[in-house]
Design a protein around this ligand. Structure first.
Ligand SMILES: C[S@@+](CC[C@H](N)C(=O)[O-])C[C@H]1O[C@@H](n2cnc3c(N)ncnc32)[C@H](O)[C@@H]1O
Length: 358
């Protein structure tokens, strides 16, 4: 069969048949960013008609709060004549459009701004280019491709999309979990060779039989790169995502398609694959560049301390017909039973800066 008629699942199965089982990181990498069939290389996955909805798509209030956060940091930095705002995985550009409406009110900010976007999905790039046209964005192939001006990096639900590896404890040794084939079907199995444990920190030392260590190696490496970008320039990273504060055993790999959980092995490239972010490991990676890591804050507390309740009331007064929808969105973003606790705000900043909300 010619290659173009093969699905990503066919290609993955062929690779397994030829080269043997692949790590979960290799499998996730293919599923998400295969050049032609990867989930994030295809049409827009966001919103009610897509596979999932993100905070900025729920309400303008989310991006507006981040705009206030950016503006505050810009003022703390002494209103530099040039500032780069780099967004990782900007989706539909909604967060940035809402944020810049607010940050642009600060004297000097708009003239100083160079907007840089780091994105893999061509369809989303086109949407971002259109949406953010007034701010003349530059698409960067690498986060390092920015000027030497101070930089503020924003990432909402970006780090959870980076591939993870999993290791399983068996008889006092760790074995990597792999994706292989059994009776023609994709299945999880264990590498026959014990893993030397190089990536496993003290949190996994006394893990019991059967424990799973999930290592977000790509997120750590990306964090190190972002640290090296921010360190010499000065600035901060704000990352909002689902994740945990301390490295710990457990498995969080999940697939989402059409707003429902799916089997991660079933339809490669058709479902979003994510894993919760290990914020301790991400913090360690950024600390290497001399940045200070703020204590992790639940999204609900973060948005509330930035003033989202007052913003909701003001919007509701101005649009009484929308009051119910606005209150619903506020609840969705901040309530502990919704996104308020599951999602966390993480910040790494140059020493001396005091990021709002942390
Ligand atoms: C879950 S979406 C979040 C989008 C947006 N931040 C929001 O909150 O609506 C993940 C974003 O990261 C992008 N992305 C995923 N993996 C990427 C990668 N390896 N490199 C660059 N962008 C990536 C996706 O295309 C998408 O824009």
């Amino acid at each position: 069969m010619p290659d173009e008629n093969l699905s990503l699942g066919d290609l993955i199965d062929m690779q397994i048949r030829t080269s043997g089982p692949m790590s979960i990181a290799a499998y996730m990498g293919l599923c998400l960013t295969h050049p032609t069939r990867g989930y994030y290389r295809k049409a827009d996955p966001l919103g009610a008609g897509g596979d999932f909805i993100t905070a900025p798509e729920i309400s303008q209030m989310f991006g507006e709060m981040i705009g206030g956060w950016i503006a505050d940091l810009y003022l703390q930095m002494g209103s530099p004549a040039r500032i780069t705002l780099l967004e990782l995985g900007p989706g539909r550009g909604t967060l940035m459009a809402d944020a810049l409406r607010v940050a642009g009110r600060v004297p000097g900010f708009s003239d100083a701004l160079a907007l840089a976007l780091y994105e893999t999905n061509p369809d989303l790039k086109a949407i971002q280019a259109e949406r953010l046209k007034p701010f003349d964005p530059t698409f960067v192939s690498e986060p390092e491709d920015i000027s030497d001006a101070p930089v503020i990096v924003v990432a909402n639900e970006f780090f959870d999309a980076l591939p993870i590896r999993q290791f399983v404890q068996r008889g006092g040794k760790w074995f990597e979990r792999m994706v292989g084939l059994a009776e023609g079907r994709r299945t999880f199995g264990l590498s026959p060779t014990p893993y030397d444990g190089a990536l496993l920190g003290p949190a996994f030392a006394d893990a019991p039989e059967g424990a799973v260590a999930e290592i977000g190696l790509a997120a750590r490496q990306f964090g190190e790169r972002i640290g090296r970008v921010i360190g010499p320039r000065g600035g901060a990273l704000l990352a909002i995502d689902y994740g945990y504060a301390r490295s710990q055993p457990g498995e969080t790999l999940q697939a989402l398609a059409r707003h429902r959980f799916a089997d991660p092995l079933e339809v490669p490239g058709e479902a979003d694959l994510t894993a919760h972010v290990d914020f301790e490991a991400l913090g360690d990676a950024l600390r290497m560049a001399g940045l200070s890591i703020a204590p992790l804050v639940p999204q609900g507390d973060f948005l509330t301390s930035l003033g989202i309740t007052a913003r909701c009331e003001a919007l509701a007064r101005a649009n009484p017909a929308e009051a119910g929808a606005l209150t619903g969105a506020l609840r969705r973003l901040t309530h502990p039973d919704e996104m308020g606790v599951l999602f966390k705000a993480f910040c790494a900043a140059s020493p001396g800066l005091k990021p709002a909300g942390f």
